[in-house]
Write a protein that binds this ligand. Structure first.
Ligand code: 5FX
Length: 537
């Protein structure tokens, strides 16, 4: 094997339930991967699903040392994995990674010095065991900070004003509100804190042997950064906690090389001295990279909850959804919208209207007309996030509320309604359908061709499917590779041009826009109506 192809890049993902790593070669082929499951591989931390849900039911944390120990473990495993395919750590040119978004880590005064002088004879979790001011890091599942959210919003003039600055209104899981809570409840711990990292920048710090900067993209999930100037917002900092700017450090571009890997990794594992650490980012931005989304693309993940990622040029933050800085392109943005009523609702309607058969569900879609003769439905079994509404609402072609639909109409109303909602809220965040728009579908629901045909018709764009089982991890490996050449102006798209392609699954039917353009307008008006009548069935 020549030296060029014998180089590799590592991408890590510190997600909620596990730590994963993937190695790719110069040709973007995955050469090996490994993972550590927090619950089963590190039972001493007694987590369930990687977290501790506290007695109040709303406080959710993870032990920070568990993440450190997981890294010790995965590096040992990866050593063997790499050897089995003819590589070792000396072939690694760059590492990057992603982490669950919003979670925060509180490094104790003096921890920077410890990071800079790690003894390669010892494990990281031993060297860092008393280096955190807060042992249990708040994570994205926490919803205990409603008071802090309201107070942050009112300090800057309201929810829309906060969204105008930071890309999102205040959310309980967002880091500013978690930091404010720690400062209010445990002022001593806050004062003892030298640096606050996100899960992503904390992980980068371990590799760097110093504090790694928060990157712009994950930094957008904090309710603290101005997503346009890419600086901490003075008013948000002030409303959150004292001396916060110095505890956060300056944010940096997601494509930045933070520095060489720390001497600890060189001596303990044999990383090369010129191996670089590229800024780590959030798991959703990492997935955008892993799916190699391009300008104009929209990714629709059809899972337990449906998620939409968008590549946006000119974002318009609203009180629904989130706008983050784009992790692979400095001048662009990324929209993220979560819908709670996803596959469980599709399954419920399948059971009710198609006798539990996906085949019959599909044939109902094939035999019903596009636009459903003007019938529109909203199916929010659980309180929906976007929009904030609940209940089942059916409307006929004259916008009159009706109590039921025939099974066939119900099935099409559900699928069209779910996709109209995605198009509507994506457009509200500044997304525009253009001639090169591709819809990338992923998740369990993307296996159904008839569902994908409706998706293609509603967006009037071709739908491609992509298998993204490890998208955040893979995206991190791609980002590690891109980070080395980003300074030269080489785009991320150029770097990943040889990566496995998404497969065309559906093309819009001629005339689809004539049907769905007007229907979208009616859907928007009806959605506004149900917001005011959320308890009606
Ligand atoms: C996004 O805003 C979220 O809170 C989650 O998707 C976490 O990033 C999951 F790790």
């Amino acid at each position: 094997m020549d030296t060029l192809t014998h180089s590799c890049y590592l991408g890590f993902d510190f997600s909620t339930q596990q730590l994963k790593v993937v190695a790719i070669d110069e040709k973007l082929q995955v050469i090996c991967q490994s993972s550590v499951q927090f619950d089963s591989d590190l039972p001493e931390f007694r987590t369930q699903g990687g977290v501790h849900i506290h007695e109040d039911g709303v406080t959710v944390t993870s032990p920070v040392l568990m993440w450190v120990k997981a890294l010790d473990l995965i590096l040992e495993k990866m050593n063997d994995e790499l050897m089995s395919v003819g590589f070792d750590f000396s072939h690694i040119k760059a590492v990057s990674g992603s982490g669950q978004q919003h979670g925060s880590v509180y490094w104790k005064k003096g921890a920077r010095h410890t990071l800079q002088h790690l003894d390669p004879a010892s494990c990281l979790h031993i060297l860092l065991q008393d280096r955190f001011a807060v042992q249990d890091s708040p994570v994205w599942m926490d919803s205990s900070t409603t008071d802090q959210c309201r107070s942050l919003e009112s300090a800057v003039g309201g929810p829309q004003q906060l969204a105008d600055i930071t890309g999102s209104r205040a959310y309980e899981r967002f880091t500013a509100n978690q930091i404010a809570k720690i400062h209010q409840l445990y002022p001593d711990k806050y004062n003892e804190t030298e640096r606050i990292s996100l899960v992503s920048s904390f992980a980068a710090s371990l590799f760097l042997g110093d504090y790694g900067a928060i990157d712009y993209s994950d930094g957008s999930g904090m309710n603290l950064m101005n997503i346009f100037s890419k600086k901490w917002s003075e008013s948000c900092l002030k409303a959150t906690a004292p001396q916060l700017a110095e505890k956060l450090g300056d944010p940096m571009p997601s494509t930045a090389v933070l520095g060489p890997v720390s001497p600890y990794f060189i001596k303990r594992f044999g990383f090369p001295v010129d191996c670089k650490v590229v800024a780590f980012t959030g798991d959703n931005p990492g997935s955008l990279a892993g799916m190699h989304l391009q300008e104009g693309d929209i990714a629709v993940s059809l899972g337990t909850s449906d998620t939409v990622f968008l590549w946006v040029k000119e974002p318009r933050p609203t009180v629904e959804g989130h706008v983050f800085c784009n992790p692979v392109h400095c001048e662009s943005y990324m929209g993220l919208i979560c819908y709670k009523n996803g596959s469980l609702t599709r399954e419920k309607i399948r059971n009710k209207c198609a006798g539990g058969s996906w085949e019959d569900f599909s044939s109902a879609l094939r035999s019903s007309p596009r636009g459903n003769n003007g019938n529109i439905g909203f199916y929010f079994d659980a309180v929906e996030i976007t929009p904030s509404a609940v209940g089942i609402h059916r409307f006929d072609q004259h916008d009159a509320k009706v109590a039921s639909f025939t099974p066939e109409v119900e099935i099409r109303a559900l699928v069209e309604g779910q996709f109209l909602a995605k198009r509507l809220h994506a457009q509200k965040l500044g997304y525009k359908i253009v001639s090169v728009t591709r819809v990338l579908a992923t998740g369990g629901g993307s296996a159904n061709k008839d569902i994908l045909q409706v998706l293609s018709d509603v967006f009037n764009a071709p739908v491609y499917t992509i298998d993204v089982a490890n998208s955040a991890c893979l995206g991190s490996a791609y980002r590690a590779m891109h980070g080395l050449v980003a300074e030269t102006g080489k785009s991320f798209a150029e770097v990943v041009s040889e990566a496995p392609r998404a497969q065309l699954a559906a093309r819009p039917t001629t005339g689809a826009e004539k049907v769905y353009g007007p229907l979208l307008k009616r859907y928007a008006d009806l959605e506004a109506k149900i917001l005011m009548h959320t308890t009606q069935q």
